[in-house]
Design a protein around this ligand. Sequence first.
Ligand code: ADP
Ligand code: MG
Length: 873
Amino acid sequence: MSKASPMMEQYKSIKARHPDKLLLFQVGDFYELFYEDAELAAKEMEIALTSRDGGSDNPIPLAGVPIHSAENYLNRLLAKGYKIVVCDQVEQASQAKGLVRREITRILTPGTITDQEMLEESRNNYLTVVMAENSNYYGLAVVDVSTGDFKVTENKSDAAWEIIADELRRLQPAEVLCNTEELEMHCRKQVDVNKSSLVETLTNIPDLSETKALINEQWSKDTWQKLDLDSYPLAAKCAAAALTYLELLQQLPPDGKHFHELELYFNYKNMIIDSITSRNLELTQSIRDGSRQGSLLALIDRCMTGMGRRLLRRWVEQPLLEQGKIEARLDVLSELQNKPLLRRDLRKKLQDIFDLERFCSRLSYQRVNARDLVALKNTLRQLDPVKEIALNCDSELLKEIAAQIPSFDELIGRVDKALVEDPPLSLKEGGLFKTGYNQEVDSLKTTANEGNTLLLDFEQKERARTGIKSLRVGYNRNFGYYIEITKTNLELAPPEYHRKQTLINAERFTTEELNRMEEQIIGARDKLAALEYSLFEELRDFVSNHTGELLAAAHELARLDCLQGLAETAEIHNYCRPVFSGKGNMSVKQARHPVVEQLAFERFVPNDITINRDRYLLVITGPNMAGKSTYIRSAALVAIMAQMGSFTPADKAEVPIIDRIFARVGASDDLSRGHSTFMVEMQETAAILRDSTPDSLIILDEIGRGTSTYDGMSIARSVLEYISKKIKAKTLFSTHYHELTELEGELPGIKNYTMAVKEKGKEVIFLRQIIPGKADKSYGINVARLAGVPLEVLVRAETILTELELAASNASEQQLSLLPMVSEPVSNHEAEMAVIEELKDLDLNRMTPLEAIQKMYDLQKQLQEIDTEDDKE
Ligand code: ADP
Ligand code: MG
């Protein structure tokens, strides 16, 4: 085997430090990957796999991407859950003595991205650490490196894992780190199966004293006391493990100032919406394809900034419990709704505000250039007008927000005085600063510029002195400044000219005077670039010192943006302000489902929702497609919107404060999580019965469907009884088990409702109107007819239904097996009946004579065929 080249030795030594990551290794204008990395990258990014040292016995697999388009490839690898090390050449190949020096410049993992282009604007990108101490003690740290959010929580209870698992499902982190391999396996099941998040086991877990030290170092000294972390050691440990991990990736902000204050959170401070509920209600993504499109969030999001968009998602996922806080938001909405001009003005101003939060993150990693700072200045200039607008409003919350947006006059002034309006991208080549900012910069600039005039003067002087008209002064990268004289004039060259370079037709010289000027000019340029760079660093540090205020402003702007967006939405969709009566009743007039309302092919029919102490368990029957699911979901959406401080899709809404919402749908095929449908249904039902209170809202959509009829009905019924007698939670229960309507009057709180339908002949028309009472039959066959099921099948179905109903009323204790089999052959009589039915339904007035004759012919033929079938038997 031939000895590896020095470059490959260098490659291997760097790769050895990061065996678990893809190494992108700069070779000239390319990033190259070798060995297994190359094979993997070629497959994942669909690029060519070639080899290095192709002729030798051991060619090395190789794949490369051009550096100028590398970001795109990096993105794709990160999105697939890979970790990447980028290794750059850190000196010019021409300057290198021997092998070019290379260093690791970036370590990228899906959960630690800060690059603007790689991030989705409207959602947070989370890195999480999960730890289990034992089967009922779990901790969780949640970090968004791109915004500086840093939160921890823990739970000690029998339901601890469920609670933490639910958080993971809700957060959909890009990266999950666990303290054991077993936990890693469990966590893997929680994160979205379609999106390849990275789930790994931590190798480095700090103990308690290290934990304390790490937290003290990152945040202020009183953080530990303030949050009482002695009482929440596992939460603290998760935070510390996250810090350790980030440090390993060189992702800890160098100045330590970047992360927001550490936040200890517990879900019970907000309305709890578990991930299954969120999915069933399509709060942030649609069930159909998992995209944002079609969700409640997409419908109501009229934010103008990324900061607002990310916050709004949290508002939707975690509505408030405190009436005061909710009313404060509603007051703002009322005011902004009443002042459309002001709202428009505000929206226009917000539009020009860039993502301050993510800017701060890049700032703390020292990844901002002069253009970013100019953009910052322009954004900050928008703040005063925004504040002005908010301060002049009546709502307390708007005033509060305005008051908490700091003033950045000093910062704006400094950046404005310093940087030119359109600075170059590069920080190393000068041209960043305005004249008048720094004396030395100005004088170096003058020198560099004066150089040109000096050279022209020098040229003139030398021409005159030597009498060579064609003498000229020029510059060349390798040789510097020179005096050029053509061969024909060579003898006129004075003796003090030193030969520098010989061309075919000319000689190039230099003189001491020219050398001096050269030093002055080039020296000035180099000095200028170096000075500008260091002045830029100084300016950047100055801005860094304002990170706290900038983040505060970002937070307030996000709130303001959410509020104006909700006001805009309320206005556009004609929503009403909810009223919290405090009586625990829900009384909504003309409620609509906000999303279906926008999609509906027909006019949306609003319905009232009435829940109170005597009627808290609504049993809703009605044919398929009548609108049951839509109706019961609209109740949940009204509650969520109200508590997040939004107006609601109704004419009038009196609502209670709901502590928790459950929405479960029967027979949802949850195969992705590897449970049988029925098992899932029962687990979910168990969770509801365990965790709900009288203040909870339970939406049960045809549960009990995943098993046999009697099984399912028995379970559905006992669940109803339990809720009715024990829990007394506000419940909307849609079911196809008509037998359950018998419970009205027998059990407390139960009230039957049905979706009104009108029958027209054998057709059924959905009125979409909820009315008290029960559906007298299921109309399944009518719906089948609507769907175009062949007539023969419909008629047969009716026969079976009649027989079933008869059998059931004759002897309810009889077994299902006694009922007629569905596979029984279609009898002669029924087939003939079908023809007669069809004849009956013919609309003769709408037929031409020719069509009528054709129809007669067809029907007759059908009857004849029945006869022949009969003969065969
Ligand atoms: P069910 O649960 O009774 O089978 P759905 O609630 O799924 O019925 O509603 C079926 C369809 O009917 C929906 O997709 C929607 O298009 C329409 N729909 C439901 N409710 C209404 C309504 N109130 N007004 C207008 N269209 C509605
Ligand atoms: Mg339904």
